[in-house]
Design a protein around this ligand. Structure first.
Ligand SMILES: *[C@@H]1O[C@H](CO)[C@@H](O)[C@H](O)[C@H]1NC(C)=O
Length: 266
């Protein structure tokens, strides 16, 4: 998905709009309905936004608490199919034992969040819970994750049942496969893809990529988004991610003169 192809499609949309405007008096109401609502359920397909993450990685929790909730602003969610894949840099042995980068606590919370995704398939429901857990993680209070049930008024029992029955482990094995099958392979977390395009160090700009990938009428959230993908925006970045072989995450300086803008957000 290049900037140039976005420009080309913008131009054709613009041309269509101009054409529609100029000839609207000749169009039947049926034609107008079809042409003016390409983002409706029968129109353009939603954009797949997928986050591959692990529950205790600091940059994952920061992304999930501070950036990802933007999907709920200005209609962006209407054009997104969000998938959360709580597995990340975990490793799977031949006898199906999962070892997590930040230890057993991370495997536990990965599984809890996998259960939340399963038990509450509605996005707003599981997202609220997972965001609540990750907010505790982000505040160095991860042991208090269990208070998210009462805080949100959610039932705890289905999650306990999912975890204790071993079903959560099965979900994690599924996520191990999905993560392992990634092409290109996951290099670090958080790892964000937009329609299978890996954003890599551009992950915080997911909104721009989602907007550019969407072929229908763009929501208010997309106003001006195409301006962000420029060579200047792509260089001079700090990369805040957790690599597979790291015990503690580090901020990699990708350029000798990094802009402060990414750090300012945290
Ligand atoms: C989005 O994901 C679904 C399910 O994996 C897939 O069927 C669909 O083709 C994807 N859409 C795009 C535009 O990649």
């Amino acid at each position: 998905m290049g900037y140039s192809s976005f420009s080309a499609s913008s131009m054709s949309v613009l041309a269509l709009v101009v054409l529609l405007f100029c000839s609207s008096t000749q169009l039947s109401s049926a034609q107008v309905t079809v042409l003016s609502s390409p983002s409706g359920p029968a129109g353009s397909s939603k954009v797949n936004l997928t986050l591959y993450y692990e529950t205790l990685c600091p940059y994952c929790s920061k992304f999930m608490v501070n950036h990802l909730p933007k999907i709920f602003e200005n209609g962006l969610i209407d054009i997104i199919d969000l998938r959360l894949i709580p597995y990340g840099n975990a490793k799977l042995s031949a006898d199906k034992v999962i070892t997590c980068q930040h230890g057993p606590n991370e495997c536990f919370l990965n599984t809890v969040e996998a259960c939340a995704l399963h038990v509450w398939p509605a996005l707003d429901k599981h997202f609220n819970f997972i965001k609540c857990v990750e907010t505790f993680v982000d505040n160095n209070q991860r042991s208090q994750w269990g208070s998210c049930f009462s805080k949100l008024g959610y039932e705890e029992e289905p999650i306990n049942q999912c975890y204790n029955s071993g079903f959560g482990k099965q979900l994690e094995l599924g996520y191990a496969k999905v993560t392992g099958d990634l092409k290109p392979p996951l290099e670090f977390v958080p790892w964000v893809t937009v329609n299978n395009l890996a954003l890599k160090d551009e992950y915080e700009n997911f909104q721009t990529y989602v907007c550019n990938a969407y072929k229908g009428t763009k929501p208010a959230a997309c106003q001006g988004q195409q301006m962000d993908i420029t060579p200047a925006a792509k260089s001079n970045q700090m990369l805040e991610v957790t690599f597979m072989d790291e015990k503690t995450p580090t901020t990699k300086i990708m350029s000798p003169t990094p802009k402060a803008r990414r750090q300012m957000k945290f």
